[in-house]
Design a protein around this ligand. Sequence first.
Ligand code: NDP
Length: 444
Amino acid sequence: MSYVDQVYENVVKKNPAEPEFHQAVKEVLESLRPVIEANEETYRREALLERLVEPDRQFKFRVPWVDDQGQVQVNTGYRVQFNNSIGPYKGGLRLHPSVNLGIIKFLGFEQIFKNSLTGLPIGGGKGGSDFDPKGKSDREVMAFCQSFMTELCKYIGADTDVPAGDIGTGAREIGYMFGQYKKIKSVYEGVLTGKGLSYGGSLARTEATGYGLLYLTEEMLKSNGHDMAGKTVAISGSGNVAIYAAQKAQQMGAKVVTCSDSNGWVYDPEGIDLDALKEIKEVKRARLTEYKNYRPNSEYHEGRGVWTVKCDIALPCATQNELFIEDAEALVANGCIAVAEGANMPTTMDATEYLQKNGVLFAPGKAANAGGVATSALEMSQNSERLSWTFEEVDSKLKNIMVNIFHNLDDAAKRYGKEGDYVAGANIAGFEKVAEAMLAQGVC
Ligand code: NDP
């Protein structure tokens, strides 16, 4: 049996009931086959892949808090510190009822390669809880965040592990968590990123993932003789990534015609009104059903359907496994030329293969959405220097990073005879640096 198959089989056996983790490992290892085969003897002797797929450590803990009725609620908290061979663990905290250990492990595993791709010194980790901030009062969210951090603070630190936001964890949640960390540890350090501007946050962090997605997409289009201007774009999600992806796409002269949330989706043929969307999602924290009140000519549909709309470019920006094979078929039939993942693993493996086989340019999330973590690393640098950079400084660094990421993965794909396969290119480019560091640091 090949080394890759052997390691994958063992991952499934040792980690039952973690399908998302299996999926992420399979996708990465499959595309690393040529690199692994070229170095098989060393990697086998050093058990490099076995070490790569086993987190350094993982924490699972109880998070008790009191709701507004005086009732005690109990959630489960997680932090998986996956790999710190190139820098302190770095990765977001997801707060969503669907969170379980397998999802956190898939995200932490992907994070290793994403962080490596940025070219910055950050390792891979991820955390979160099955707590749902939706419909909770500010006081309830604070109670949860304080309890969560009371346990998490034992395992993190500015040079150890620096969590950030993710689904359900925005500026409000990061603020409450930072306050609790500071209170318990009595240190003022950059232990979290995505902080508010008045206490160590970085300008452009809010926009970074969405903007970065568009910088990389534009570079990919340019390299293939296309351009963003004048294109019709379908976006899923209506959270942080989706909103700022839509904003940058519009600034680049494209028309964004869709967005969605977990209940339904909007089609606005005249182009999404971002001010309305921001007010609904960022201010009122309401559902997308409200969008029609602002734009009577738009359509609201319950359920899924964003990918049935005719578009040139599709940007899945909601969550994992939200673009299936039937969606890929609809996109190809409608003449879509590029798909770039703003979310983590939104496209299923068979859908990705179908898109690639049909000539659609495909940028995987670990490259395309790396702008968020890259800017988090820039926030860490500013905290260490005790300085703040301007929006333009951060944004121009972000743009450079995204353009470099694209060329690194394009080059890696070409080196292994996989020109245009940006999934393989991203995995190979991310893996090479981590593998070199792990081998140099010996068995640990
Ligand atoms: P937000 O919580 O701000 O927004 C998530 C959006 O996706 C919301 O519109 C939400 O709808 C929708 N959504 C969430 N879960 C589901 C689901 N199960 N089915 C359908 N829709 C769903 O999160 P972000 O925008 O921050 O994150 C989006 C994706 O991008 C995630 O995969 C995240 O891991 C990834 N990412 C985020 C980064 C960041 O900097 N924020 C960095 C890199 C990746 P609703 O409001 O109804 O729940």
